[in-house]
Design a protein around this ligand. Structure first.
Ligand SMILES: NC(=O)c1ccc[n+]([C@@H]2O[C@H](COP(=O)([O-])OP(=O)(O)OC[C@H]3O[C@@H](n4cnc5c(N)ncnc54)[C@H](O)[C@@H]3O)[C@@H](O)[C@H]2O)c1
Length: 368
């Protein structure tokens, strides 16, 4: 922390011997530098793993951390969560003589966080890593909770470990260079958080003007999302609960994963697919008699305000979407499991939803 600047109270993630802090501030440079300098002063080697776009837009950040630190640049995009790049990263860590005491620092969005976290989890059977998320999605979602991993040809996130970081450093000003579309994509996860766990947050999003990277309310909103996610993860770290638990974070995702899979990855940003999925899950909650039909309008209004879609851009085949839902990693006993709302701000998991009803939901979202 810079001298004279009051350090913000970090959010503590209390996971027994794997406790760590999430720092949320406007500019995280000084805090990250302090953590790296501390490690180096203890004789520990440090390696940075940086998204290539971020390396370009945030060169002052990298200058401040110290250009002498070995730095592995990850080509931007989901394709980098691959066995090939993972292998190159492990070889890079070895070539730079990282040992059991060393530290990996991830600087990027969910792609870099998942990849670098997975490399740190597996290199020498696990070394420490710090996460410095640079997208809104990674600040409110992927950097919290300890899931790391990469993709296989057969599907997304099929290999990974639970490996908690030693610290998460969120600096909201880094979002200034993020595209509007990527920022909106992250907002889908923020809205999801309000819908499933934090009614007050949802009401705030309904009332206030649309959030932007410059909004003074943004840090507080990110904090609320992290608080929710930490609480849910703490109660069910490895997603073992027979109902509810960590699976609640998948609100909208059974629909979203099917959209991404059938449309082809990259056609919709993840958050865009989640936004449509949130509408699907809300409509399903109405159909199952959990909430009022007017709640669909509330959800759609908040999504639209944040530049997110509420239905499919182009029609997609209902049967293919349902087939993709059946293949989802989270399927139990061949039937997709859904997260539905009990009310706006509270969610539950449901099994055994009639597939004809699901098909009806898809048609309401624009599938044929
Ligand atoms: N581990 C988890 O619990 C978890 C949860 C949700 C999602 N994920 C994963 O997260 C990934 C998606 O993360 P994402 O949405 O952050 O995508 P991303 O990491 O691909 O980043 C999105 C784009 O933004 C660019 N970018 C990043 N920071 C920037 C900045 N500050 N300025 C300008 N450009 C910037 C990147 O180069 C990239 O092109 C997926 O792989 C998904 O599986 C993981």
């Amino acid at each position: 922390m810079q001298s004279g600047v009051q350090a913000p109270e970090p959010l503590q993630v209390d996971l027994g011997d794997r406790n760590y802090n999430i720092f949320i501030e406007s500019d995280a440079t000084a805090s990250v530098k302090q953590a790296i300098d501390l490690a180096r002063s203890e004789g520990r080697r440090v390696a940075l793993v940086v998204d290539a776009t971020v390396a370009g837009t945030q060169s002052a950040f990298l200058d401040a951390l110290g250009r002498e630190i070995p730095c592995f640049e990850v080509p931007s995009g989901e394709k980098s969560k691959s066995l090939g790049i993972y292998g190159r990263l492990l070889n890079f860590l070895a070539a730079n003589h990282l040992d059991r005491q060393s530290l990996v620092v991830a600087l990027g969005g969910g792609v870099v966080g998942d990849l670098a976290g997975f490399a740190a989890a597996s290199y020498l059977r696990g070394i420490d890593f710090l996460n410095v998320p640079t997208t809104l999605l990674s600040m409110v979602d992927s950097s919290v909770g300890g899931k790391t991993g990469i993709n296989l040809d057969a599907g997304k996130n099929l290999v990974g470990f639970f490996h908690q970081p030693r610290g998460v450093f969120i600096g909201t000003s880094i979002l200034e260079t993020l595209s509007k579309r990527e920022f909106a994509s992250g907002m889908a996860e923020v809205i999801k958080c309000g819908m499933l766990d934090d009614e007050e947050l949802f009401r705030q999003l309904e009332r206030a003007p649309a959030l932007t990277p410059g909004s003074s309310a943004l840090a507080g909103v990110i904090h609320r999302c992290c608080v929710s996610k930490v609480r849910i993860v703490k109660a069910d770290e490895r997603e073992m609960a027979s109902s509810g638990g960590r699976a609640l974070l998948n609100l909208g995702h059974t629909f979203a994963h099917a959209i991404e899979n059938v449309a082809g990855y990259g056609t919709y940003l993840h958050g865009e697919a989640v936004a449509i999925g949130l509408v699907g899950a809300t409509r399903l909650s109405v159909a199952l008699g959990r909430i009022e039909a007017s709640d669909v309008n509330r959800v759609e209004r908040v999504l639209i305000r944040h530049a997110l879609p509420t239905s499919l851009r182009d029609s997609m085949d209902v049967d293919r979407l349902i087939e993709a839902m059946r293949r989802d990693k989270k399927v139990r006993g061949g039937a997709p499991r859904f997260v539905v709302l009990k009310a706006v701000g509270t969610a539950e998991t449901v099994d055994g939803v009639d597939i004809d009803l699901v098909a009806q939901m898809w048609r309401q979202l624009g599938a044929t």
